[in-house]
Design a protein around this ligand. Structure first.
Ligand code: UVW
Length: 351
């Protein structure tokens, strides 16, 4: 489907078309050479921080019952597992011993990027009075983002029956872009502590002001809440009673906060918590149709702002606070895994 037939009307407040009719990068387009240089200019000490949890955290399937920890096993040849495999088995002269493994991984189990194919919406993009299932920039469910039963699956590179494949908006587009630029971290934990608080526009602005945090167009904004530290302390046995009442999360129902995200020009939003926004979201007044994940709708569907979740920000946040800084170089490409809607990310902050 061409860009002109994909959509005739765009969601109110969206950026659809602003970065080109067939754009798949959204605000990642703002990671220009100038923005990378601004990030590099923040490298003063040469210290690097890894921003990933161990990918087998949170542990179990309690945080999200669809998502399971990674399972490793060896590759095999004719039923022989390649773990500590001496190659002399194939030729008595060979001295090599080989390990070679594979993994069954839920891509959004742990530290991750959400792509724009992760959350779309029912929206009347073609203006015929009937809503259809669409994603950022009008890309279509069942045409561009494929799941079990979709005819196009048979001809897509994965080809597997019962499989899934994002022909458009897949995470490989983010990997090719490479995701590097200036990161800005706001330390919500220092103000909120470890009790659950929905942080809206006013509270966020107070914290920016108190900590002299400045965010400019094209910056990637990171929220340290302490949530991932609690998860790490639970040793792969998450206590949901504690986690459901823990730490700051953005209030996705706060229209002023959403408007600030639009106006600020941030290129990406990242947090060490479960969903960046508080989930379940606050109940609005009235009974109108609405997004269950309003910040996801605003960022992934309307604006084209990727969301990073469950990042490990503890050591970076402590260092920045001790040095009265909030900016750094952020390098965060996902896996270049064609067709995936999300990806683990082993991001690096350099200060
Ligand atoms: C939720 O499922 C709440 O968020 P995400 O899918 O982005 O992890």
């Amino acid at each position: 489907m061409s860009s002109s037939t994909r959509w005739k009307q765009r969601p109110e407040g969206s950026t659809w078309g602003d970065f080109g009719p067939d754009d798949q990068l959204g605000r990642l387009n703002l990671l220009t050479p100038e923005k990378v240089k601004q990030g590099v200019a923040e490298v003063k000490e040469g210290l690097s921080f890894g921003l990933s949890l161990p990918l087998d955290y949170p542990g179990g399937a309690l945080l999200n019952p669809r998502r399971h920890p990674p399972r490793l096993k060896p590759t095999d040849l004719d039923g022989d597992p390649f773990m500590n495999m001496p190659l002399r088995r194939f030729d008595a002269r060979f001295t090599d011993v080989v390990c070679d493994d594979q993994v069954n991984i839920t891509l959004q189990y742990s530290t991750q990027w959400d792509t724009f194919a992760h959350v779309g919406s029912w929206f009347d993009a073609d203006g015929d009075g009937e809503p259809e299932k669409v994603y950022y920039n009008g890309y279509r469910a069942h045409e561009d983002v494929l799941g079990p039963g979709d005819l196009k699956l048979a001809s897509c590179p994965c080809g597997a029956e019962g499989g899934s494949y994002a022909m458009k908006l897949g995470v490989e587009t983010f990997a090719v872009k490479a995701i590097q630029g200036r990161g800005v971290l706001v330390n919500l934990q220092a103000h909120v502590g470890n009790a659950r608080e929905r942080v809206g526009y006013e509270r966020l602005m107070q914290i920016f002001e108190a900590d002299k945090v400045q965010v400019e167009k094209g910056d990637m904004l990171l929220f340290y809440t302490g949530f991932a530290d609690l998860i790490l302390g639970m040793d792969r046995q998450p206590d949901m009673t504690v986690l459901n009442a823990a730490c700051a999360a953005l209030d996705g129902r706060d229209e002023r906060l959403l408007q600030w995200i639009t106006d600020s020009g941030v290129a990406a939003l990242i947090a060490d918590n479960y969903a960046v926004e508080a989930y379940p979201a606050r109940k609005p007044a009235g009974d109108d149709p609405r997004a269950a994940l309003p910040l996801h709708e605003h960022c992934l569907f309307k604006l084209g702002v990727p969301l990073g979740e469950l990042w490990y920000l503890s050591e970076l946040a402590a260092w920045l606070r001790a040095h009265h800084r909030s900016r750094f170089l952020l390098t965060a490409p996902p896996l270049r895994l064609p067709g995936a809607v999300g990806s683990p990310v082993t991001a690096v902050a350099t200060v």
